[in-house]
Ligand binder design. Sequence first.
Ligand code: SAH
Length: 250
Amino acid sequence: MTPSGTINRIALLFAMDAEGTPIAEALTLGDPEPLHAASPARVRRGMVGDVDVVHCIHGTDPTHGVDRIGTEAAALTSWLMLEHVQPDLLVNAGTCGGFEARGGAIGDVIVAQSAVLYHDHRVPLEGFAQHSEGRFVPLEAAAVARLLGAASGPISSGSSIDVTHDELAFFTREGVLAKDMEAAAIASVCQDLGVPVMHVKAVTDLVDHPEPAHEVFLRNLASTTEVLCNRMVQLVRWIGEGRTLDDFAN
Ligand code: SAH
């Protein structure tokens, strides 16, 4: 019997090609293969130290020719991948919007801790209101945050890159450090399938800054994905040295 928390296989999940491909190359994983005949998602595999790594990118939207970002592709891809691969841990990595008001800056790395939320599911009905906020619990990962020099705190997902007044108030109330478009959907699937999950996000733009997020995003995408790549390679190699899930916490 293997001790509990042993990590033999990890899955890495990325929404965008620009986020995931540099990491697959740095870890010298195998060539991309389809995850499923009906999905544009691509997987690459390889051993890093003692750990079997399965790397997956959502893939390209067949109609519009862009990365399949967002919660729908995230939920479908993560469900398909987890069923197929059965990893001991899923690490969702990518870019995010950060918050100047809570000390955030372009290029910062954030590890989700305490809560993974939805900020744009507004259903003011008892029970459904709480359900709509998600509030999933990521793996305790204080030691990983220290290792990566990352901030840690709540992160929140929604279906838009811009932001409303109500959403800004929600972020302040919850102390959110990172805003993205996938994490909560992935966390929900991981909860259903009983797979521990971590989210590692690097800041491309600042949500509470007057400049439109999508312009800042494009300007900082290359430098931020380089930071993300370095940290993810560091994390995967650390896991490959032989860690248990307990090592992530303290
Ligand atoms: N591909 C588009 C932009 C996509 S930005 C382009 O090139 O213009 C959205 C992607 O980056 C999502 O996958 C999301 O998870 C992340 N992201 C980065 N900054 C974000 C923000 N401020 N709000 C929401 N998602 C953000």
